[in-house]
Design a protein around this ligand. Structure first.
Ligand SMILES: [Fe+2]
Length: 308
């Protein structure tokens, strides 16, 4: 990929953050740590729910729904958008959870095959199981299917670990770890800031990464939607996130039962606004917990910026 970008973070700071993240992961996944106990509880609840779906005869339909990923196209209009960015297409992927469904990477790659974009972003959750790395073939299938001349940029989600960073970067993606990059598109600057909200917590480093850049269109990549006020307060123009899976298992009318955001007012799916900032919460291309979807379709999204 021929992306030309500049980062605002020295490599030493990046390495220091990766080391700090590694230590946080070790503490969280310590055998006596809260996360392993929480996951054990979740797995027990999932087993009960899976049994219930079997009794109701809904499993097969739910799995079929989970594989049925759609391409959604959205336009965001900005009155003051620089003319050079008018028409910029951003491919937004999120919550791939490539280890949940067999062959899901191939299915997602197939969905991406006909999509042309200028810039591509992935807002975290490449895997579901915390203890297992994503298969190299699956990662390569996704990275290889993305066509975007400005490059592929990613952040980590609450299911990912620091080990994913060199693997993604070896495939040509750039992982943003509480840092910004400035791109140039038709001689117009465009800034991307990626937060690393380890397990949903926007720590000091993540908050410090959100810095105003007056006059430069700025996009915040954050795994969860509930930190959107932090970005809006710093003048960001666009906030791209996922994490909720659009509810994944919903009542008719896409009414989610569980969203994983802890904040009921967080937008769980689709386009939204907060002040002058626009945002999009992806329903995700994959599933987690249970390999099913009901009344909530997985997606890959193409967002087009418009002046007007
Ligand atoms: Fe997820």
């Amino acid at each position: 990929m021929a992306a030309l970008w500049q980062t605002d973070q020295p490599m030493t700071a990046r390495q220091a953050w990766i080391e700090k993240r590694r230590q946080m992961e070790a503490a969280i996944f310590h055998p006596l740590g809260r996360e392993l106990w929480r996951q054990a509880t979740t797995r027990s609840l999932m087993a009960v729910a899976w049994a219930g779906l079997g009794v109701l005869g809904l499993r097969r339909r739910g799995i079929r729904n989970a594989y049925a990923i759609e391409t959604r196209r959205v336009e965001f209009c900005y009155p003051d958008l620089a003319p050079g960015l008018d028409g910029l297409r951003i491919l937004h992927l999120s919550d791939l959870h490539l280890d949940m469904l067999p062959h899901s990477a191939k299915r997602i790659a197939k969905r991406l095959a006909g999509i042309e974009a200028d810039l591509a972003v992935i807002t975290g959750d490449f895997r579901w199981r915390h203890r297992r790395p994503v298969s190299p073939e699956d990662l390569a299938a996704i990275a290889g299917a993305v066509r975007a001349p400005l490059g592929l940029f990613a952040i980590l989600g609450n299911h990912d670990d620091h080990g994913l960073v060199p693997r993604l970067e070896g495939l040509g993606a750039r992982v943003l770890l509480n840092e910004s990059v400035t791109l140039a598109w038709r001689e117009t600057p465009l800034r991307l800031t990626g937060l690393d909200t380890v397990f949903g917590l926007p720590g000091r480093e993540a908050r410090a990464a959100l810095v105003p850049a007056p006059g430069v269109f700025s996009i915040a990549l954050v795994h969860e939607p509930q930190h959107r006020a932090l970005a809006a307060g710093q003048g960001y123009d666009l906030y791209l996130c996922g994490h909720t899976h659009g509810g994944q298992i919903c009542l008719p009318g896409e009414r989610p039962i569980v969203t994983g955001t802890r904040f009921k007012r967080a937008p769980t799916a689709g386009a939204w606004e907060l002040g002058t900032m626009r945002g999009y919460t992806s329903r995700g291309a994959g599933v987690s917990g249970l390999p099913v979807r009901y009344h909530s379709q997985g997606e890959v999204t193409v967002i087009t910026l418009r002046r007007g």
